[in-house]
Design a protein around this ligand. Sequence first.
Ligand SMILES: Nc1ccn([C@@H]2O[C@H](COP(=O)(O)O)[C@@H](O)[C@H]2O)c(=O)n1
Ligand SMILES: C[C@@]1(CO)OP(=O)(O)OP(=O)(O)OC[C@H]1O
Length: 394
Amino acid sequence: MPVVALVLAGGAGTRMGRPKQFLDLLGLPALLYALRAFEECPEVARIYAVGDGSRVKNLSREAGFSKFAGCALPGEARSLSTKNGLGLLSHEPPETIVLVHDGSRCLLTPELVGRVVEAALSDGVDGVVPAVPVSDTIKVAEEGAVKETLDRTRLHAVQTRRPSPRGLARGVRRLGGLFARRHRRRLARRGVGRARRPRPGREDQHQAHRARRPDLRRGDPRRPERVARGGPELSFRVGLGVDVHAFSEAGTGRKLILGGVEIPYDRGLVGHSDADVLAHAVTDALLGAAGLEDIGHYFPDTDERFKDADSIRLLREVRAIVGDGWEVANVDAVVVCERPKIRDHRAAMRENLAGALGVEPALVGVRGTTSERLGFTGRGEGIAAQAVCLLESR
Ligand SMILES: Nc1ccn([C@@H]2O[C@H](COP(=O)(O)O)[C@@H](O)[C@H]2O)c(=O)n1
Ligand SMILES: C[C@@]1(CO)OP(=O)(O)OP(=O)(O)OC[C@H]1O
């Protein structure tokens, strides 16, 4: 019975901000590992894909793969991509087993593919999913209250999409992919048809962003975030922000704003905006971590729109510019001045900054220090602030 793979590689990576299947993993795109697992599995005769045809084809050619047989365009939804892919299989014999796989699940091994095929070939099986037993305690909660603790001996965490619907190609040819799927579901609702059988998977077969291979532990220089230096493919990025503002003369009525908090003091800081030196340092740290331009690029001090601007609002705008592909792991900031002492305002500052960043205040540190009367901060001429921001890709 022929076995073919259909690798879905057309996702835009909306949640992560870029296509996961092309993330750099030890110098190679994640997708290549998924394709290789099928290439090296003797049971698989051909590999089809859904995605950017020329990119997938080049990847296969450069890797010397011999089984690549064609690529279909992605659809707007995952189900439509699968349908497009299944459309490529019209010339395959009706009894073909189709291994449908998500191309971003790159730690698949030829052995696991082989085990799935073996299970799919056994009698009475309609489909197979690789899964691992759940080791966590799973509770059902409603409105914050625990309702039930599930019996985990019955639970399996499924590691990939439905990989081997036997005869699906035949169904697709006759009925169209979506109908075939709906048809199957209707039968299942009625209790007709055969259940999909979970197949023992391996914990390390998860998607790229959840990879837990024991040989790629944190600190190992081969971990993806370490090897892809400097490029946009890093999983973590750090940024540093530094800012300085001079004190106004006493009695001008200029407010002193730090981290969005108005601090009672006889002098404020001079600036085009509200001169919130702390918010500016955090903003630049965030921009730096995201590999973007600096604060002055987005909010020029020649633009009247930013005259006396609320810098916490500007930080919120920058957080939106950075986008959902990055999660703020944490921020830490230091304010340098002899006076005023900021210790009583730190909690409010952390709350304001965290609110603009869309994270919990616990992830934003703010501390104050003097410069032991040295330098311009020591002479009370102004305030300096520094911040670091760590971003983690989603
Ligand atoms: N602007 C400041 C400066 C200092 N603090 C607090 O005082 C502690 C001691 O500062 P040193 O510079 O003398 O080490 C510092 O750890 C802060 O708790 C402050 O709140 N605001
Ligand atoms: C936010 C802005 C807007 O003019 O604030 P400024 O008060 O000018 O502060 P600075 O830190 O010198 O530069 C950042 C500017 O983009």
